[in-house]
Design a protein around this ligand. Structure first.
Ligand code: SF4
Ligand code: SF4
Length: 684
């Protein structure tokens, strides 16, 4: 039963008389339940449509009983307590007012119905007083929430709420009218009963008391006021029933789909893509709406158009065609268009390029901002990668630049045009042991393609080696036997190439005897740690930010007296979070601890940091694609760094970020102000 019905009944309960001033009460009871049955039937018909569409999706194993506790915890934490929504105070206040107001009124309705229909006298004495107060406060909270929602959408108009629909206004108006008519009913009843008798109970309905006094102040005769009560009661009831019936046909459906989507949200690590069985797979990726799993389709249905995913999407903020909200909404529209095709109509058409454009698919950096910030846990990046898998594996349709990169990976084992047997050139003048089959080392330094073949990033690898030498740690590298971890190939959709490289690496790694793998690349780190286990093996992997902090914390590595390039004291430093280190692997604090431990450093956070950090533009294979559309993502980020420190060092811990940010400094002609350094470079 809706909260509105609660208001309807509750207003009558104040005088302990259900259906106060509704004569004969039997007539109004019949009207109430008749309308309720009609509204429920319309609701069920609409809900059935949603269920049937979601059932069009393929199987997805999200029902395992062993994860039930985690799923319930997520539901309570993120659904009931709205953890993600509350991260934004305005939105949090707005949504809390409406949600918790509804919950209180729903509980109130249930109690009133139990009393009305089962004759149990629950609402009496002190409990009744506070029950009255709770319902009044709940109604006021809903009105406040609706007012804030109206102001945000129609007065402030933030960019993420563009493309407002009529449904947005209808929902605000409908809910607002229900609560207002409820308060008018309460006010009329109090004006006729509790206010004239000066009953103390009137203070437990503060909003009703204000409305009642206002009604009295109008000077209308009491008989007239009482006579219009049944009309308001009917209006209030009809609005409440419209609300119930309207739910499945509007964004209100998220009352059900959002908690469901949170409950069934992925418990797999976000850095672990689904493994394609290339020997048995008959289809690759997603091309049609029916290729999605039921959970993917529930994702589409659960989207509330809140636009939070757009607010930090590097593609959207650099004016590229990809806007995650619109992507999900277009897919949702396509999904609902399938409903009409039931009954032998044409099979679903391909999604590209009419529903999803090629540019949208290739613009994604897989930065994970959208998924990490979506309050209903929609999984955008995995869908985009499935589209890429289809285009790459089934159609060989991908940006031309990628072709060269794939070829390099196939022939050179790295994405750059550097021969595989040049992989140790970067350290040929250093004392670095290359591990042979069967040999042992404590730390296996995974240098990565950037560290071994990209000139700028080889400097980082050399600094890391110097640190390892300084601390006396036993380490070795794989030399030419190390291949690309496969991350760029997998993110671009070339699962064949990824699995080939991963298998070769795993076979080589199994021949060595080591304690842990040390990587300075978050992409290698994440792939080795979160994806190689899909091939039946697990390694202990550590990122160099955590490794370096541990060395400093334990006193094995002394902190340098000055941070190169030192120009003034203290040196201003800011830190850029790599998406694959931060959002993917939750490593935020170790690099900051390292930076804060330096004595001559003035550390400042950029406005977008930690989970809300802004991508450099290179992830998801974008490092090897031209940025032809919109503005440049790296320039956006470097401008933010400049605005934060004006003069100093931008520290990062990722070879992709290092390259992109240095390019950004050059492109914006800020080389006199900003230097970009890997965290290893400032420690020695
Ligand atoms: S993963 Fe990043 S780039 Fe891709 S849609 Fe989400 S926010 Fe945008
Ligand atoms: S995908 Fe999530 S964050 Fe984006 S608009 Fe939909 S509900 Fe909001």
């Amino acid at each position: 039963m809706s909260y509105a019905l609660c208001s309807t009944l509750f207003m009558n309960l104040q005088g302990r008389e259900i259906y106060w001033n509704l004569l004969p009460p039997q007539l109004f009871i019949v009207i109430l339940y008749s309308l309720f049955i009609i509204a429920t039937a319309i609701f069920l018909y609409g809900a059935f449509k949603h269920i049937r569409l979601i059932r069009m999706g393929k199987k997805d194993s999200r029902f395992s009983f062993s994860f039930i506790i985690t799923r319930i915890t997520n539901l309570i934490y993120y659904g009931l307590f709205q953890r993600r929504i509350l991260e934004q105070p305005y939105q949090g206040l707005l949504h809390s007012g409406i949600l918790y107001g509804f919950i209180i009124l729903f509980i109130g309705t249930t109690l009133v119905l139990i009393q009305a229909d089962f004759g149990l006298l629950i609402l009496k004495g002190t409990f009744y007083k506070y029950f009255s107060l709770a319902l009044d406060v709940a109604g006021a909270a809903i009105l406040l929430g609706l007012l804030l929602a109206f102001i945000k959408r129609y007065v402030i108009k933030p960019s993420e709420l563009k493309n407002t629909q009529l449904d947005d206004l209808l929902v605000i108006l409908l809910l607002g009218c229900i609560v207002i008519t409820g308060f008018i009913l309460e006010g009329i009843r109090m004006a006729a009963t509790e206010i004239p008798t000066q009953s103390t109970i009137r203070y437990f309905s503060p909003v009703g008391l204000i409305v009642g006094n206002l009604i009295i102040s109008t000077g209308f005769k009491e008989a007239f006021i009482i006579s219009i009560y049944p009309l308001f009661w009917l209006l209030h009831l009809i609005l409440a029933m419209i609300f119930i019936a309207y739910i499945p046909w509007s964004k209100l459906m998220h009352i059900f789909t959002a908690p469901l989507n949170i409950f069934f949200s992925s418990l797999t690590h976000p850095g672990t893509l689904t493994n394609l069985d290339l020997e048995t797979a008959e289809e690759f990726g997603i091309a049609k709406i029916t290729d999605f799993t039921w959970k993917d389709l529930l994702d589409l249905d659960a989207c509330t158009r809140c636009g939070r995913c757009d607010t930090g999407c590097p593609a959207n903020l650099s004016n590229k065609p990809l806007q995650p909200r619109q992507l999900i909404q277009n897919l949702k529209k396509h999904l609902f268009s399938q409903y009409k095709k039931k009954g032998g109509a044409k099979p679903p058409s391909n999604l590209f390029p009419d529903t999803v454009s090629y540019d949208e698919i290739w613009d994604c950096t897989t930065c994970l901002f959208c998924r990490s910030n979506c309050p209903v846990f929609i999984e955008h990046p995995s869908k985009i990668i499935e589209f890429r898998r289809y285009l790459v594996l089934a159609e060989s349709n991908f940006p031309s630049e990628v072709k060269t990169m794939f070829k390099n990976m196939e022939t050179n084992n790295n994405p750059w045009p550097v021969s595989w047997d040049k992989r140790t050139e970067w350290c040929k003048d250093m004392d670095v042991r290359i591990l042979n089959e069967g040999e042992k080392t404590d730390v296996l330094l995974w240098v990565g393609c950037a560290g071994t073949t990209d000139e700028r990033n080889t400097k980082v690898a050399r600094h890391l080696v110097k640190i390892l030498h300084k601390t006396g740690i036993d380490f070795a590298i794989m030399g030419n036997a190390e291949r690309c971890c496969g991350d760029p190939a997998r993110r671009i959709g070339n699962e064949y190439l990824y699995q080939q490289l991963a298998n070769e690496n795993i076979n080589t790694l199994k021949k060595y005897n080591f304690t842990k793998i040390l990587s300075s690349c978050p992409h290698c780190y994440s792939t080795l740690k979160n994806e190689y286990h899909q091939m039946g093996t697990e390694f202990s992997v550590i990122h160099h930010t955590e490794f370096l902090w541990e060395l400093i914390r334990s006193g094995k590595l002394s902190i340098p007296q000055s941070v190169p390039p030192r120009r003034d004291n203290p040196q201003s430093v800011t830190y850029h979070d790599s998406c694959y280190l931060g959002r993917y692997n939750n490593i935020y604090n170790a690099p900051r601890k390292v930076l804060r431990s330096l004595s001559d450093v003035k550390f400042r956070e950029m406005p977008r940091n930690y989970k809300n950090s802004f991508c450099c533009g290179a992830g998801g294979g974008r490092m090897w694609m031209e940025e032809k559309r919109g503005t440049r993502i790296n320039q956006n980020r470097i401008q933010e760094a400049y605005n934060t420190i004006k003069d100093g060092i931008v520290v990062t811990a990722c070879p992709y970020c290092l390259t992109m940010l240095e390019d950004g400094v050059k492109e914006k002609e800020l080389a006199d102000n900003l230097k970009v350094r890997d965290i290893a470079e400032i420690l020695i």
